[in-house]
Write a protein that binds this ligand. Structure first.
Ligand SMILES: *[C@@H]1O[C@H](CO)[C@@H](O)[C@H](O)[C@H]1NC(C)=O
Length: 406
Protein backbone atom coordinates (compact mmCIF):
# COMPACT_ATOMS: atom_id res chain seq x y z
CA UNK A 1 0.00 0.00 0.00
CA UNK A 2 3.02 2.29 0.22
CA UNK A 3 2.75 3.08 -3.44
CA UNK A 4 -0.89 4.06 -2.99
CA UNK A 5 0.11 6.59 -0.36
CA UNK A 6 2.56 8.10 -2.74
CA UNK A 7 -0.24 8.50 -5.23
CA UNK A 8 -2.36 10.07 -2.53
CA UNK A 9 0.32 12.66 -1.98
CA UNK A 10 0.70 13.49 -5.62
CA UNK A 11 -2.98 13.48 -6.45
CA UNK A 12 -3.81 15.21 -3.19
CA UNK A 13 -1.55 18.15 -3.73
CA UNK A 14 -3.06 19.03 -7.05
CA UNK A 15 -6.53 19.17 -5.59
CA UNK A 16 -5.52 20.94 -2.40
CA UNK A 17 -3.65 23.45 -4.49
CA UNK A 18 -7.02 24.69 -5.61
CA UNK A 19 -8.23 25.40 -2.12
CA UNK A 20 -4.98 26.57 -0.61
CA UNK A 21 -5.71 30.17 -1.43
CA UNK A 22 -9.20 29.84 0.07
CA UNK A 23 -9.98 31.38 3.43
CA UNK A 24 -9.39 29.40 6.57
CA UNK A 25 -7.39 26.60 5.02
CA UNK A 26 -4.84 26.73 7.84
CA UNK A 27 -7.27 26.53 10.72
CA UNK A 28 -9.58 23.82 9.48
CA UNK A 29 -12.62 26.00 10.24
CA UNK A 30 -14.03 27.02 6.90
CA UNK A 31 -16.33 29.98 6.48
CA UNK A 32 -18.91 28.35 4.28
CA UNK A 33 -21.11 29.68 1.55
CA UNK A 34 -23.48 26.78 2.09
CA UNK A 35 -26.98 27.77 3.06
CA UNK A 36 -28.82 25.93 5.79
CA UNK A 37 -30.49 22.84 4.38
CA UNK A 38 -33.93 21.35 4.99
CA UNK A 39 -33.42 17.72 6.01
CA UNK A 40 -37.11 16.83 6.40
CA UNK A 41 -39.13 16.46 4.17
CA UNK A 42 -37.07 15.35 1.14
CA UNK A 43 -37.91 15.54 -2.58
CA UNK A 44 -35.85 12.63 -3.88
CA UNK A 45 -33.63 12.94 -6.96
CA UNK A 46 -34.66 10.56 -9.69
CA UNK A 47 -34.19 9.70 -13.38
CA UNK A 48 -36.72 8.55 -15.99
CA UNK A 49 -35.69 7.19 -19.38
CA UNK A 50 -37.67 8.71 -22.25
CA UNK A 51 -37.94 7.42 -25.86
CA UNK A 52 -38.22 9.81 -28.81
CA UNK A 53 -41.77 10.97 -29.57
CA UNK A 54 -43.08 9.08 -26.54
CA UNK A 55 -45.16 10.46 -23.69
CA UNK A 56 -43.57 8.99 -20.55
CA UNK A 57 -44.97 8.66 -17.03
CA UNK A 58 -42.51 9.61 -14.33
CA UNK A 59 -43.15 9.06 -10.62
CA UNK A 60 -42.08 11.70 -8.10
CA UNK A 61 -40.99 10.36 -4.72
CA UNK A 62 -40.79 12.23 -1.46
CA UNK A 63 -40.11 11.40 2.16
CA UNK A 64 -41.25 12.83 5.47
CA UNK A 65 -40.31 11.46 8.89
CA UNK A 66 -43.62 12.10 10.66
CA UNK A 67 -47.06 10.59 10.07
CA UNK A 68 -48.43 13.53 8.13
CA UNK A 69 -49.45 14.54 4.63
CA UNK A 70 -46.98 15.14 1.83
CA UNK A 71 -47.87 17.40 -1.08
CA UNK A 72 -45.89 17.45 -4.33
CA UNK A 73 -45.30 20.65 -6.29
CA UNK A 74 -43.62 21.10 -9.67
CA UNK A 75 -41.11 23.88 -9.07
CA UNK A 76 -39.47 24.39 -12.47
CA UNK A 77 -40.37 23.10 -15.95
CA UNK A 78 -38.11 21.21 -18.35
CA UNK A 79 -36.31 23.54 -20.77
CA UNK A 80 -37.30 21.38 -23.72
CA UNK A 81 -40.45 19.34 -24.24
CA UNK A 82 -43.66 19.55 -22.21
CA UNK A 83 -44.73 18.42 -18.76
CA UNK A 84 -48.31 17.39 -18.02
CA UNK A 85 -50.44 16.18 -15.15
CA UNK A 86 -51.80 12.65 -15.68
CA UNK A 87 -55.30 12.28 -17.18
CA UNK A 88 -58.32 11.03 -15.15
CA UNK A 89 -58.39 8.02 -17.50
CA UNK A 90 -54.85 7.09 -16.72
CA UNK A 91 -55.33 7.56 -12.98
CA UNK A 92 -58.42 5.34 -12.91
CA UNK A 93 -57.74 2.73 -15.57
CA UNK A 94 -54.11 3.11 -16.54
CA UNK A 95 -55.22 3.71 -20.11
CA UNK A 96 -54.48 6.30 -22.80
CA UNK A 97 -54.43 9.21 -23.12
CA UNK A 98 -51.80 9.39 -20.40
CA UNK A 99 -51.86 13.12 -19.94
CA UNK A 100 -54.27 15.94 -19.23
CA UNK A 101 -55.26 18.03 -22.27
CA UNK A 102 -53.10 21.04 -21.44
CA UNK A 103 -49.39 21.06 -20.54
CA UNK A 104 -48.28 22.72 -17.30
CA UNK A 105 -47.60 26.38 -18.08
CA UNK A 106 -44.95 28.51 -16.36
CA UNK A 107 -47.64 30.80 -14.90
CA UNK A 108 -48.96 27.86 -12.84
CA UNK A 109 -45.73 27.26 -10.91
CA UNK A 110 -45.32 26.02 -8.29
CA UNK A 111 -48.02 23.56 -9.36
CA UNK A 112 -49.65 21.15 -6.89
CA UNK A 113 -49.55 17.65 -8.41
CA UNK A 114 -53.10 16.27 -8.11
CA UNK A 115 -52.41 12.63 -9.09
CA UNK A 116 -52.59 10.69 -5.77
CA UNK A 117 -49.66 8.53 -6.99
CA UNK A 118 -47.71 11.76 -7.70
CA UNK A 119 -47.06 10.87 -11.32
CA UNK A 120 -46.49 13.35 -14.14
CA UNK A 121 -46.08 12.88 -17.89
CA UNK A 122 -43.16 14.18 -19.94
CA UNK A 123 -43.40 14.59 -23.72
CA UNK A 124 -40.03 15.16 -25.43
CA UNK A 125 -39.70 17.71 -28.27
CA UNK A 126 -41.45 16.37 -31.38
CA UNK A 127 -39.40 14.55 -34.01
CA UNK A 128 -36.12 15.11 -32.26
CA UNK A 129 -33.56 12.32 -32.11
CA UNK A 130 -32.23 11.40 -28.69
CA UNK A 131 -28.61 12.44 -28.04
CA UNK A 132 -26.08 10.72 -25.75
CA UNK A 133 -27.29 13.17 -23.08
CA UNK A 134 -30.46 13.50 -21.05
CA UNK A 135 -33.29 15.35 -22.80
CA UNK A 136 -33.60 17.81 -19.94
CA UNK A 137 -34.53 18.00 -16.25
CA UNK A 138 -37.05 19.66 -13.97
CA UNK A 139 -37.35 20.15 -10.23
CA UNK A 140 -40.06 19.57 -7.65
CA UNK A 141 -40.51 20.09 -3.93
CA UNK A 142 -42.62 18.35 -1.30
CA UNK A 143 -44.40 20.10 1.53
CA UNK A 144 -45.64 18.78 4.90
CA UNK A 145 -47.10 20.17 8.09
CA UNK A 146 -44.48 19.20 10.68
CA UNK A 147 -44.73 19.46 14.45
CA UNK A 148 -42.15 21.85 15.81
CA UNK A 149 -40.43 20.16 18.77
CA UNK A 150 -40.01 23.37 20.73
CA UNK A 151 -43.44 24.96 20.41
CA UNK A 152 -45.64 21.98 19.55
CA UNK A 153 -47.05 24.01 16.64
CA UNK A 154 -47.61 22.59 13.18
CA UNK A 155 -45.40 24.37 10.65
CA UNK A 156 -45.71 23.97 6.88
CA UNK A 157 -42.25 22.85 5.78
CA UNK A 158 -41.04 22.81 2.19
CA UNK A 159 -38.21 20.52 1.08
CA UNK A 160 -35.16 21.45 -0.92
CA UNK A 161 -35.68 20.96 -4.68
CA UNK A 162 -35.47 17.39 -5.94
CA UNK A 163 -34.13 16.81 -9.43
CA UNK A 164 -35.97 14.76 -12.06
CA UNK A 165 -33.67 13.94 -14.98
CA UNK A 166 -35.34 12.88 -18.22
CA UNK A 167 -32.64 10.52 -19.44
CA UNK A 168 -32.20 9.31 -23.02
CA UNK A 169 -33.67 5.92 -24.08
CA UNK A 170 -30.51 4.12 -22.84
CA UNK A 171 -30.85 5.77 -19.40
CA UNK A 172 -27.89 8.03 -20.20
CA UNK A 173 -27.63 11.33 -18.35
CA UNK A 174 -24.41 12.55 -19.96
CA UNK A 175 -22.40 11.11 -22.79
CA UNK A 176 -19.90 11.68 -25.59
CA UNK A 177 -19.93 9.40 -28.64
CA UNK A 178 -17.67 11.70 -30.71
CA UNK A 179 -19.97 11.18 -33.69
CA UNK A 180 -19.54 14.69 -35.09
CA UNK A 181 -16.68 15.14 -37.53
CA UNK A 182 -13.69 16.98 -36.08
CA UNK A 183 -15.14 17.31 -32.64
CA UNK A 184 -13.60 16.01 -29.46
CA UNK A 185 -16.80 17.25 -27.78
CA UNK A 186 -14.84 19.43 -25.34
CA UNK A 187 -12.55 16.64 -24.12
CA UNK A 188 -8.85 17.32 -23.55
CA UNK A 189 -5.69 15.64 -22.35
CA UNK A 190 -3.91 16.50 -19.10
CA UNK A 191 -0.56 15.55 -17.63
CA UNK A 192 2.88 15.58 -19.11
CA UNK A 193 2.80 14.50 -22.71
CA UNK A 194 5.83 14.60 -24.88
CA UNK A 195 6.43 13.74 -28.47
CA UNK A 196 9.36 12.01 -30.04
CA UNK A 197 12.15 14.25 -31.28
CA UNK A 198 12.25 17.00 -28.72
CA UNK A 199 10.12 18.35 -25.93
CA UNK A 200 7.52 20.04 -28.07
CA UNK A 201 4.13 19.85 -26.42
CA UNK A 202 1.91 17.18 -27.90
CA UNK A 203 -1.09 17.99 -30.02
CA UNK A 204 -3.42 17.10 -27.20
CA UNK A 205 -6.47 15.07 -27.93
CA UNK A 206 -7.12 14.06 -31.53
CA UNK A 207 -10.44 13.16 -33.09
CA UNK A 208 -10.66 10.27 -35.54
CA UNK A 209 -13.70 10.24 -37.81
CA UNK A 210 -13.33 6.58 -38.74
CA UNK A 211 -14.19 3.15 -37.43
CA UNK A 212 -11.72 0.83 -35.68
CA UNK A 213 -13.15 -2.41 -34.32
CA UNK A 214 -16.10 -1.49 -32.13
CA UNK A 215 -14.99 2.13 -32.04
CA UNK A 216 -16.57 4.48 -34.52
CA UNK A 217 -15.56 8.14 -34.41
CA UNK A 218 -13.40 8.29 -31.30
CA UNK A 219 -10.75 10.38 -29.59
CA UNK A 220 -7.12 9.42 -29.31
CA UNK A 221 -4.26 10.34 -27.03
CA UNK A 222 -0.67 9.22 -27.09
CA UNK A 223 2.47 9.61 -25.05
CA UNK A 224 5.51 8.88 -27.10
CA UNK A 225 8.25 9.44 -24.57
CA UNK A 226 8.43 7.92 -21.14
CA UNK A 227 9.45 10.11 -18.21
CA UNK A 228 10.41 7.44 -15.73
CA UNK A 229 11.55 7.86 -12.19
CA UNK A 230 14.55 5.57 -12.52
CA UNK A 231 14.58 4.65 -8.85
CA UNK A 232 11.08 3.21 -8.96
CA UNK A 233 10.32 2.66 -12.62
CA UNK A 234 7.09 4.61 -12.15
CA UNK A 235 5.93 7.22 -14.65
CA UNK A 236 6.42 10.59 -12.98
CA UNK A 237 3.61 12.46 -14.59
CA UNK A 238 0.69 10.55 -15.97
CA UNK A 239 -1.62 11.62 -18.70
CA UNK A 240 -5.39 11.49 -18.63
CA UNK A 241 -8.40 12.03 -20.84
CA UNK A 242 -10.31 14.92 -19.21
CA UNK A 243 -14.07 14.77 -19.69
CA UNK A 244 -15.80 17.68 -21.37
CA UNK A 245 -16.86 20.15 -18.65
CA UNK A 246 -19.88 21.25 -20.67
CA UNK A 247 -21.23 17.71 -20.82
CA UNK A 248 -20.02 15.98 -17.68
CA UNK A 249 -19.87 18.69 -15.02
CA UNK A 250 -23.57 19.10 -14.51
CA UNK A 251 -25.89 18.81 -11.56
CA UNK A 252 -28.00 16.18 -13.38
CA UNK A 253 -25.29 13.62 -12.51
CA UNK A 254 -26.82 13.43 -9.02
CA UNK A 255 -29.51 11.22 -10.53
CA UNK A 256 -26.81 8.78 -11.72
CA UNK A 257 -26.20 7.27 -8.29
CA UNK A 258 -26.69 3.50 -8.56
CA UNK A 259 -26.08 3.60 -12.31
CA UNK A 260 -22.72 3.40 -14.01
CA UNK A 261 -19.94 5.13 -15.87
CA UNK A 262 -19.11 3.27 -19.08
CA UNK A 263 -16.65 3.73 -21.90
CA UNK A 264 -15.05 1.89 -24.78
CA UNK A 265 -11.27 1.88 -24.86
CA UNK A 266 -8.55 0.28 -27.01
CA UNK A 267 -4.82 0.67 -27.17
CA UNK A 268 -3.08 1.23 -30.47
CA UNK A 269 0.36 0.50 -29.10
CA UNK A 270 2.15 0.17 -25.77
CA UNK A 271 3.74 -2.58 -23.71
CA UNK A 272 0.96 -3.78 -21.41
CA UNK A 273 3.34 -6.21 -19.70
CA UNK A 274 5.04 -3.24 -18.00
CA UNK A 275 2.25 -1.36 -16.26
CA UNK A 276 2.32 1.63 -13.98
CA UNK A 277 1.29 0.90 -10.40
CA UNK A 278 -1.11 1.84 -8.94
CA UNK A 279 -3.35 2.51 -11.92
CA UNK A 280 -5.93 5.19 -11.08
CA UNK A 281 -8.13 4.33 -14.04
CA UNK A 282 -11.03 6.69 -13.36
CA UNK A 283 -11.11 9.76 -11.11
CA UNK A 284 -14.23 11.75 -10.19
CA UNK A 285 -13.88 14.98 -8.22
CA UNK A 286 -16.17 17.51 -6.59
CA UNK A 287 -14.33 20.73 -5.85
CA UNK A 288 -17.15 22.25 -3.79
CA UNK A 289 -17.69 19.15 -1.59
CA UNK A 290 -16.66 18.95 2.07
CA UNK A 291 -17.20 22.69 2.61
CA UNK A 292 -15.06 23.54 -0.41
CA UNK A 293 -12.12 21.36 0.69
CA UNK A 294 -12.83 19.09 -2.26
CA UNK A 295 -13.49 15.37 -2.52
CA UNK A 296 -12.28 12.71 -4.91
CA UNK A 297 -13.06 9.08 -5.65
CA UNK A 298 -10.78 6.87 -7.69
CA UNK A 299 -11.42 3.50 -9.32
CA UNK A 300 -8.05 1.79 -9.21
CA UNK A 301 -7.22 -1.20 -11.35
CA UNK A 302 -7.35 -4.18 -8.99
CA UNK A 303 -7.83 -7.96 -9.07
CA UNK A 304 -11.47 -7.47 -10.20
CA UNK A 305 -10.58 -5.03 -12.96
CA UNK A 306 -7.72 -5.39 -15.39
CA UNK A 307 -6.90 -4.17 -18.84
CA UNK A 308 -4.24 -5.42 -21.25
CA UNK A 309 -4.84 -2.93 -24.04
CA UNK A 310 -7.47 -4.93 -25.95
CA UNK A 311 -10.79 -3.38 -26.93
CA UNK A 312 -13.10 -3.38 -23.92
CA UNK A 313 -16.41 -1.77 -22.99
CA UNK A 314 -15.92 -0.97 -19.31
CA UNK A 315 -18.85 -0.54 -16.94
CA UNK A 316 -18.05 0.90 -13.53
CA UNK A 317 -20.93 0.95 -11.07
CA UNK A 318 -21.62 4.24 -9.34
CA UNK A 319 -22.53 2.83 -5.94
CA UNK A 320 -20.84 1.58 -2.78
CA UNK A 321 -20.04 -1.83 -4.27
CA UNK A 322 -18.31 -0.28 -7.27
CA UNK A 323 -14.94 -0.43 -5.44
CA UNK A 324 -14.32 3.30 -5.59
CA UNK A 325 -11.58 4.50 -3.27
CA UNK A 326 -12.04 7.75 -1.35
CA UNK A 327 -8.95 9.93 -1.50
CA UNK A 328 -8.03 11.02 2.05
CA UNK A 329 -6.21 14.07 0.54
CA UNK A 330 -3.55 13.40 3.13
CA UNK A 331 -0.32 11.71 2.22
CA UNK A 332 -0.12 10.01 5.61
CA UNK A 333 -3.50 8.32 5.26
CA UNK A 334 -4.48 5.32 3.19
CA UNK A 335 -7.26 5.24 0.66
CA UNK A 336 -10.38 3.46 1.93
CA UNK A 337 -13.40 2.35 -0.08
CA UNK A 338 -15.84 5.20 -0.65
CA UNK A 339 -19.14 4.99 1.21
CA UNK A 340 -22.57 5.35 -0.35
CA UNK A 341 -22.87 8.98 0.74
CA UNK A 342 -19.32 9.93 -0.29
CA UNK A 343 -20.07 8.78 -3.84
CA UNK A 344 -23.50 10.41 -3.78
CA UNK A 345 -22.05 13.72 -2.51
CA UNK A 346 -19.49 13.87 -5.32
CA UNK A 347 -22.16 13.19 -7.94
CA UNK A 348 -24.15 16.24 -6.80
CA UNK A 349 -21.53 18.65 -8.17
CA UNK A 350 -18.88 16.93 -10.28
CA UNK A 351 -15.98 19.21 -11.26
CA UNK A 352 -13.73 16.63 -12.94
CA UNK A 353 -13.92 13.21 -14.54
CA UNK A 354 -10.61 11.86 -15.79
CA UNK A 355 -9.80 8.54 -17.45
CA UNK A 356 -6.19 7.40 -17.26
CA UNK A 357 -4.36 7.07 -20.56
CA UNK A 358 -0.92 6.41 -19.12
CA UNK A 359 -1.22 2.71 -18.36
CA UNK A 360 2.25 1.57 -19.29
CA UNK A 361 5.72 2.49 -18.12
CA UNK A 362 6.68 3.28 -21.69
CA UNK A 363 4.68 5.20 -24.25
CA UNK A 364 1.22 4.23 -25.38
CA UNK A 365 -1.54 5.33 -27.74
CA UNK A 366 -5.09 4.98 -26.45
CA UNK A 367 -8.43 5.39 -28.22
CA UNK A 368 -11.57 6.25 -26.23
CA UNK A 369 -15.21 6.18 -27.33
CA UNK A 370 -18.83 6.07 -26.11
CA UNK A 371 -18.26 7.53 -22.66
CA UNK A 372 -21.49 7.81 -20.68
CA UNK A 373 -22.91 8.37 -17.25
CA UNK A 374 -25.96 6.12 -17.00
CA UNK A 375 -28.79 6.19 -14.47
CA UNK A 376 -29.90 3.09 -12.56
CA UNK A 377 -32.84 1.07 -13.98
CA UNK A 378 -36.35 2.41 -13.54
CA UNK A 379 -37.10 -0.35 -11.00
CA UNK A 380 -34.33 1.04 -8.74
CA UNK A 381 -35.45 4.69 -8.88
CA UNK A 382 -35.14 6.84 -6.92
CA UNK A 383 -31.67 5.35 -6.56
CA UNK A 384 -29.96 8.31 -4.85
CA UNK A 385 -29.92 7.10 -1.22
CA UNK A 386 -32.42 8.89 0.99
CA UNK A 387 -30.00 9.07 3.92
CA UNK A 388 -27.43 10.83 1.74
CA UNK A 389 -29.95 13.37 0.48
CA UNK A 390 -30.85 14.04 4.12
CA UNK A 391 -27.29 15.36 4.44
CA UNK A 392 -24.32 14.92 6.76
CA UNK A 393 -22.81 17.24 9.36
CA UNK A 394 -20.12 19.37 7.73
CA UNK A 395 -16.72 18.47 9.21
CA UNK A 396 -15.39 21.98 8.71
CA UNK A 397 -18.53 23.71 9.89
CA UNK A 398 -20.42 21.49 12.35
CA UNK A 399 -23.38 23.84 12.59
CA UNK A 400 -24.31 22.91 9.02
CA UNK A 401 -25.86 19.77 7.58
CA UNK A 402 -25.59 19.30 3.82
CA UNK A 403 -25.47 16.46 1.25
CA UNK A 404 -22.17 17.79 -0.12
CA UNK A 405 -20.59 17.29 3.33
CA UNK A 406 -21.19 13.53 3.24
C1 LIG B 1 -20.54 23.42 -7.71
O1 LIG B 1 -19.15 23.52 -7.90
C2 LIG B 1 -18.70 24.75 -8.44
C3 LIG B 1 -17.19 24.67 -8.59
O2 LIG B 1 -16.80 23.46 -9.16
C4 LIG B 1 -19.09 25.91 -7.55
O3 LIG B 1 -18.74 27.12 -8.13
C5 LIG B 1 -20.60 25.86 -7.29
O4 LIG B 1 -20.94 26.85 -6.34
C6 LIG B 1 -21.01 24.51 -6.77
N1 LIG B 1 -22.46 24.45 -6.62
C7 LIG B 1 -23.04 24.04 -5.50
C8 LIG B 1 -24.54 24.03 -5.52
O5 LIG B 1 -22.41 23.68 -4.52
Amino acid sequence: MASRSRTALRLGLSLLGLSRCGLGFETGEVPSELESYVTDPIARHTACAVDANTATVCVLEGFVSQATTLDYYILTLPEEGLLYETSPNFRSFGSAPLMAPEPIGPHLLPLLVTDPKHQVVYVPPANKWPTPNAWTAFTFVVESPLRDEATGQMVMTRSEPGLVVLANPEQQIAGSDFSLANSADGWSLSGQLEVVAGNAPSQGVRHHASAWGGLNHYIYGADEVQSLDFATGIDLARWYFEASPRIFHRKELAAAYGGMLRFRVRSQYGNFLELNDPLDWVTIECQSCDSGQGARIVRFVDETLRWIGNEVYMELYLHENGRWSYDPLNSAAEFTYATQCQIAAILTNVSRIAILGDFTRGGEGIALDDVAIVAADASLQPAYPLSCQQGCICRHNPSLIHPTCC
